[in-house]
Design a protein around this ligand. Structure first.
Ligand code: PLP
Length: 353
């Protein structure tokens, strides 16, 4: 695939790596590709980063026919740049877009384009511990049309953002709030797709959680408000006695690549790991009888995020005295070790850029 490259005439100053937040700074260039019914995907190009012009009647703006991905480029000790399971992200992008009637992308071709963009923006990959270059692929409908139907034209692009810790807490345990009133997604809906509407649906409950001093919402199932689903942008794991339990994928939970990596590592290490339906009542019971040892979230942004407290109604569940548990620590060390090239990669997850 030949990618046309138009370089930015002026380059931005690189940010101070010691104070990177999440998702506020963007690099000099972006990758773009167009779709129409006649040509399919065409005109792959790298352009200066900048605003996109769209019609006020653009379908995405009105009806959210849009999907995205999130992955990271890591700088190794030696200075090389590498990706973690990028084809899994691109496969998920195609599963998400399929759920919204959007045309599939050629995964290998997009990976090649992503690598080319990364090589051009090489100096934007930070090297301080815990930092990385976040990669955000996005696919949006482009038809200007107010009738409700599938778009005939699309824009795909990839933007890059140097990032530090996702949560202000860093690797310290976060506090999460279980909502009894709101649901994020239901079975038969699009909860397992990374599509904008799911996140719009989560804003109100998250604001309520924040108001009460909690970082994130822990969602229950959309039908009975009883079984645990996941956190805002993370999957969730419980360690009860010495069993690692995570909700089974049911169509309304986002199938996280970090989740899958935790499960594979746990199996590799001979740990007992179970994917099953688990209710909030079982978690409360485990907490009360002393068998709930740890809770942690998993996702690309924070990798592993220990949970120190869960609030459900007027019950406050303290977890591991609000301290980082040994399981969370071990998964964090192993995953980041592989991602940054400090540990061997027996699963073949790493892809050099
Ligand atoms: C992206 C995301 C996750 C985590 O997926 P990873 O592939 O591990 O980054 C979990 N839940 C939701 C709702 C997400 O959007």
């Amino acid at each position: 695939m030949k990618i046309d490259v138009t370089k930015a005439s002026e380059l931005k100053a690189l940010p101070d790596e010691s104070s990177l937040g999440f998702g506020t700074i963007f690099t000099d260039h972006m990758l773009k590709m167009d779709y129409d019914q006649e040509n399919g995907w065409s005109n792959p190009r790298i352009e200066p980063y900048g605003p996109i012009s769209m019609d006020p009647a653009n379908l995405t703006l009105h009806y959210s026919q849009t999907v995205f991905e999130g992955l990271k480029a890591y700088r190794t000790e030696k200075g090389d740049i590498q990706l973690f399971r990028p084809l899994d992200n691109l496969k998920r992008l195609n599963r998400s877009s399929g759920a919204l009637c959007m045309p599939p992308l050629d995964e290998e071709m997009v990976l090649d384009g992503m690598k080319e963009l990364l090589r051009l923006e090489e100096k934007w990959v930070p090297s301080q511990p815990g930092t990385s270059l976040y990669i955000r692929p996005l696919l949006i409908a482009m038809d200007p049309y107010l009738g409700l139907r599938t778009s005939h034209t699309y824009l795909f692009y990839i933007i890059l953002s140097p990032v530090g810790a996702y949560y202000a807490e860093g690797f310290n345990p976060v506090k999460i709030w279980v909502t009894k009133d709101y649901v994020r997604a239901v079975r038969g809906g699009v909860g397992n797709a990374k599509t904008g509407g799911n996140y719009a649906a989560s804003l109100y409950a998250t604001a309520e959680a924040n108001q009460q001093g909690y970082t994130q919402v822990l969602w229950l199932d959309g039908v009975e408000l009883k079984y645990i689903e996941e956190v805002g942008a993370m999957n969730i794991f419980f360690v009860i006695n010495d069993e690692i339990i995570t909700p089974q994928l049911n169509g309304s939970i986002l199938p996280g690549i970090t989740r899958d990596s935790v499960i594979k590592l746990a199996k590799e290490w001979g740990m007992k790991v179970t994917e099953k339906r688990i209710s909030i009542d079982e978690i409360i019971e485990a907490s009360e009888n002393g068998s709930l040892n740890e809770v942690f979230g998993s996702g690309t942004a924070a990798v592993i995020s220990p949970v120190g407290e869960i609030k459900y109604g007027d019950k406050i569940i303290d977890i591991n005295n609000g301290e980082v548990g040994t399981y969370a620590q071990r998964f964090m060390d192993e995953l980041t070790g592989i991602q940054y090239g400090a540990k061997p990669d027996p699963m073949g997850w790493v892809v050099p850029v």
